[in-house]
Ligand binder design. Sequence first.
Ligand code: URA
Length: 274
Amino acid sequence: MSYLGPAPVGDAGREWLWERLYPRNVRGYPASASGVRSTIEPMSADERREELKVLLQEARGCTRCPQLASTRATVVFGAGNADADLMFVGEAPGANEDKQGLPFVGSAGKLLEKLLGEIGLARADVFIANVLKCRPPGNRDPHPTEIEACQDYLWRQIDLIQPLVLCTLGNFSTKLLRGDPTGITRLHGSAEVRVIGPRAVRLYPIYHPAAALYTPSMLDTLRADFARIPGLLAQPAPDQPEPVPEVEPEVVQVAAAEPEVEESVREADQLGLF
Ligand code: URA
């Protein structure tokens, strides 16, 4: 199947993209994507980048959260290297991000960049996204209904970028991507292999940089957690789950009285199906 080519517009376009990103049996990731497997076909970096652009266009017109759609200045889709080994997921855009259309460009973003620099990486080396693509007014916490409505953009971004290390910043992204309410205080600094969508990734929860802005002890912890990232990137990619074979819908036939067939013939017929 080709993943390229012009997408139809409107509902047909959405279905077209959906079919290509989640062919067959992986539609509708649950809040916990662990264990979900797919038969998704491999794509080149260029194909994945093109698909990401299609997804961006879709997100730009999103009105799934009427309040956020009416108060946002821009949809902050995410930015960076579409072929990155390291992907960060924050919470939601703030005022600066909303204005510029880019994630983490305010003071938390400056800190993120500084910490990246300390481990020899630049913004351009990584991909940065958020749980929500639109700014919650007044920087309030994302509502559960908004997370629910927005999450499939994130799943699809992760699926296309295929990072080796997925670094969640703070509670919202950690809870969503782990599908579990355990908080960041317990989890930060320890990586685990998780199956996210169709593939396994090293999930690495750390504190949100905003939490470390004004608390020196938190900054020390965040810096120590950042220092483990190069080691995680140097590890071999985790073993990938076996693709689940495509399941053909069962055709139920109302059989007329069957003639007697020998067992060996039945077996031969069945083997012919595989
Ligand atoms: N905080 C976030 O979680 N995301 C941003 O993009 C900016 C600040």
